[in-house]
Structures are given as C-alpha cells and as structure tokens.
Design a binder for this molecule. Structure first.
Ligand SMILES: CC(C)(COP(=O)(O)OP(=O)(O)OC[C@H]1O[C@@H](n2cnc3c(N)ncnc32)[C@H](O)[C@@H]1OP(=O)(O)O)[C@@H](O)C(=O)NCCC(=O)NCCS
Length: 171
C-alpha cells in the first residue's frame, strides 16, 4: 500500500508547497496561498503525504461541520434523533500531485481522514465532502459515499460505516 511509500503528517511551515500540481488550479492555489492562513485562524486543519525526500505528494483538509437532517436520504435520517442537524467533519479539499495519481494515494488519504475523524473524542456522525465536479463525486461514490438529497456534489459517509470497514480491513 502507499502507506509504505508515504508518511502522513500535519502540514508544517518547513514543507515546500510551491511545486504541488494536482491538475486543478483552484486546489493548487488554495494549497499554495491560503491554507496556512486558514490553519492560523483555526478554521481548517491540513494533512500531507510526504515522500522519503520530503516532497508533498498529496494533501487534505478537515474542519468541523454540521449536516441538516433534511438533507440526508430518509433511510439515514430515520435512524437519527429528531434534531435539526447532526455534527460532522468536513473534508473540504483532497488532492494528489499528478506525479503520484493512480497509485492508491487518494484512497490512502481518504482512509486516513476517515480514521482521524472516527477516533476523535468530539462526536461526529459522518465525514462530509464537497466534490469539485462529477468525476470527483464518482471517486467518492467508488469509496462508498452517499449523495445528499438535492446536492449531487455533496456526499457523506457515516463514520460508523467507515470504522467497520477499517476494522474489517485490518482483521
Ligand atoms: C481524485 C484524486 C484525489 C484521486 O486520487 P488518486 O491517487 O489518483 O486515486 P487512487 O489511485 O487512490 O484511486 C483509488 C481508487 O479510486 C478509483 N478512482 C480514482 N479516481 C476515480 C474517479 N474519478 N471516479 C471513480 N473512481 C475513481 C480508482 O480506480 C481506484 O479504484 P480501486 O481501488 O478499486 O482500484 C486525484 O486524482 C486528484 O487529486 N485529482 C485532482 C483533484 C480532485 O479531483 N480532487 C477531488 C476532491 S474535490
């Protein structure tokens, strides 16, 4: 698995971000120019995958969020208390440098984000993602994510489902 080739760590000032290219200009620009300000202001956390040479091969961001119960498909909403919203963790961005795409790193970053959210002491019902386009949404659906009602580019995966799948893989 790519876990052997990459080390995952919180983004650090020492990491070189300028050469990161994932094929999406907004995702590159955010990573190069905005993310450190967002971290300083406590509105996002950012984790990176590093090669042995300390090159950044991928990144993702996490922040607290909430989901309206009305946005969940009825089969999920019915199993939850009748609160207007439930807590969630939002993975606002996920990107792999073009050099490393197609080798399993995107899936490894997603698994790391799910595991990080699932082991937090702060309760969250699901990991929520905003796909930038239909191709990104297909990537998330491939990994079991479910589309919110009337929002085809917003998807979620209950953390209980993710925890069961992670436990199944390590068994
Ligand atoms: C989308 C992205 C993160 C995927 O990362 P990656 O390292 O190339 O993907 P992986 O090699 O880990 O793919 C893992 C699995 O997802 C599948 N997959 C990858 N991209 C997919 C897509 N667009 N649609 C459906 N499935 C996809 C792969 O076929 C693979 O399946 P398998 O495990 O059954 O063999 C990466 O291509 C990227 O950074 N793209 C540009 C930015 C972007 O679109 N970000 C998405 C968030 S908005």
């Amino acid at each position: 698995m790519s876990g052997a080739r990459f080390r995952l760590a919180p983004l650090d000032q020492a990491h070189e971000r300028a050469s990161f290219r994932c094929g999406s200009e907004p995702l590159d620009a955010y990573f190069q120019r905005q993310v450190t300000q967002d971290i300083r202001r406590n509105v996002t956390a950012c984790f990176v995958a590093l090669t042995r040479q300390q090159r950044i091969a991928g990144y993702y961001t996490l922040a607290s969020a909430s989901m309206l119960l009305a946005d969940l498909p009825a089969t999920f909403g019915r199993k939850l208390p009748r609160y207007p919203s439930v807590p969630a963790v939002r993975m606002g961005r996920l990107a792999v440098d073009q050099t490393f795409q197609g080798g399993g790193l995107g899936a490894a970053l997603l698994a790391d984000a799910l595991a990080r959210a699932a082991r937090s002491e702060i309760a969250a019902y699901a990991l929520l993602v905003d796909a930038k386009d239909e191709s990104a949404a297909a990537f998330y659906r491939h990994h079991g994510f479910i589309t919110l009602v009337d929002a085809p580019l917003a998807l979620f995966l209950p953390l209980a489902t993710a925890a069961a799948s992670i436990a199944g893989r390590s068994a």
